[in-house]
Design a protein around this ligand. Structure first.
Ligand SMILES: [Zn+2]
Ligand SMILES: [Zn+2]
Length: 336
C-alpha cells in the first residue's frame, strides 16, 4: 500500500496558489525528525514567490519557512508532542562560513520553502539540529520567532549600545523586529517609512514616539544616527540612508535588492562608516527572541494581523499579496 497523501500549500506557478494532495517525505535521513506542523507565518518572501518576483526559484514550490510544530515521536532529547520552532536554514556544516560558525550564510544554504519545499503541510522532515525548544510559547507565537530573529540578528551585528541613536528605515515586519530588539538593547529608536499611514500604525501599536517619512526630516537638526538599519527593499532608500549615518556610525543592510547600490565614497570615508550586511539569523538570535517572548517583551498580539486555516488560504492569497501594506503577520494554522 502506498503512503497516504497529505495537503500541501504550493505555488504551482506565479499567481497560482493551491492546496494539493501529495505523498509526504517519510524516509528520515540520519539525524532528522518528523514534525507535525502547527502554525506557519506568511511573509514577504512567500508573497514574492506567489507574484513570481523571487530572483531564483523553481516552481512548483511548497511554501512555508516561519514554522512551529510538535515532535511526531521521541528523538534525540526531544519528547513526542514537544513544541518547537524550526530553523528553516539548512546548512552544509562543511563550507568556509559554516566552519566560522556562520551557518546563516552557508554558501550551500537551502532555505525551507525557498530552495526546497517548505512546511505548509501537516508533517515535514527536518534535521534535529534545526529544532529549537519553544516551551512557554503558544504555537502561533512560535511561528513568529523566525522573522523576529532576522531583526534580532541585525541588531546583534550592529553592536548597538544602550543610549545609541538608531534609525530604522522601512517598518514592515522585518523593520518592526529590528526596532523592537534595538529598543531592548536600550537604544533610542526613530522610525522612517514612506507610508505615513503605516508609520503611524506601527508607532501607535508598539509605542515608538519618533517617526519620519523622509531621511531629510529624520536628520534635520541632529548629527546623524549611531546606527541606521535598512529594511526597505528599495535601492533608492538604501542609497538615501547613507546620509543618515553619523560620523563614526554604522549602516546595516537587512533588506536585499537586485540592483547595484552606489554611494559617495568621500561621504562614506570621512565618516569612517561601518557598512554591514545582515542575512537570516543564528541560533543565538532565535534564543534571544524566544527569551524576549517568554519575558513578555514582545507584543505578539499586535504583531499578528490575522489567523486562518490552510484551507482558507487559496481564496485569500491574491488579496493578501496585493494589499499587504497594512498587514504585519498572517498566521496559517494546520494543527495545535
Ligand atoms: Zn519570512
Ligand atoms: Zn555551509
Amino acid at each position: 500500500m502506498s503512503a497516504p497523501t497529505r495537503p500541501h500549500g504550493a505555488v504551482i506557478e506565479p499567481g497560482t496558489f493551491v492546496v494539493e494532495q501529495r505523498v509526504p517525505q517519510t524516509d528520515l535521513p540520519e539525524g532528522w525528525a518528523l514534525i507535525n506542523i502547527c502554525s506557519v507565518g506568511l511573509c514577504g518572501t512567500d508573497y514574492h514567490i506567489f507574484e513570481g518576483k523571487h530572483p531564483f526559484l523553481e516552481y512548483p514550490r511548497v511554501i512555508g519557512h516561519e514554522l512551529s510544530g510538535r515532535l511526531a515521536s521521541d528523538v534525540d532529547g526531544f519528547a513526542k508532542g514537544e513544541l518547537v520552532v524550526i530553523n528553516p536554514y539548512l546548512s552544509c556544516d562543511t563550507c568556509h562560513s559554516c566552519k566560522l560558525g556562520k551557518r546563516n550564510c552557508c554558501s550551500n544554504i537551502e532555505v525551507l520553502g525557498v530552495h526546497r519545499d517548505g512546511g505548509m503541510t501537516p508533517q515535514i522532515a527536518v534535521p534535529v539540529n534545526n529544532l529549537i525548544r519553544a516551551e512557554g510559547l503558544s504555537a502561533q507565537q512560535a511561528a513568529m520567532v523566525e522573522f523576529l530573529a532576522i531583526g534580532a540578528h541585525a541588531v546583534q551585528r550592529s553592536n548597538v549600545a544602550a543610549g545609541a541613536r538608531v534609525l530604522v528605515t522601512g517598518v514592515g515586519p522585518i523593520g518592526i523586529g529590528v526596532a523592537l530588539f534595538a529598543r531592548l538593547k536600550g537604544a533610542e529608536v526613530v522610525l522612517l517609512d514612506v507610508s505615513e499611514e503605516r508609520l503611524a500604525a506601527v508607532q501607535t501599536k508598539f509605542g515608538f514616539s519618533q517617526g519620519f517619512t523622509s531621511v531629510s526630516a529624520a536628520i534635520d537638526g541632529v548629527t546623524g544616527f549611531d546606527v541606521v538599519f535598512d529594511a526597505t527593499g528599495h535601492r533608492g532608500a538604501i542609497e538615501a540612508g547613507f546620509a543618515a549615518v553619523a560620523f563614526g556610525g554604522t549602516y546595516v543592510l537587512v533588506s536585499v535588492v537586485k540592483e547595484t547600490v552606489t554611494f559617495s565614497d568621500p561621504e562614506f570615508h570621512k565618516r569612517e562608516m561601518t557598512l554591514l550586511g545582515s542575512r537570516n539569523a543564528l541560533q543565538a538570535d532565535f534564543d534571544w527572541v524566544l527569551s524576549a517572548m517568554r519575558a513578555g517583551d514582545i507584543d505578539t498580539d499586535e504583531l499578528c494581523s490575522a489567523v486562518m486555516p490552510l484551507e482558507d488560504l487559496p481564496a485569500q492569497m491574491e488579496s493578501l499579496a496585493r494589499d499587504r501594506s497594512g498587514l504585519i503577520k498572517v498566521i496559517v494554522t494546520l494543527g495545535d
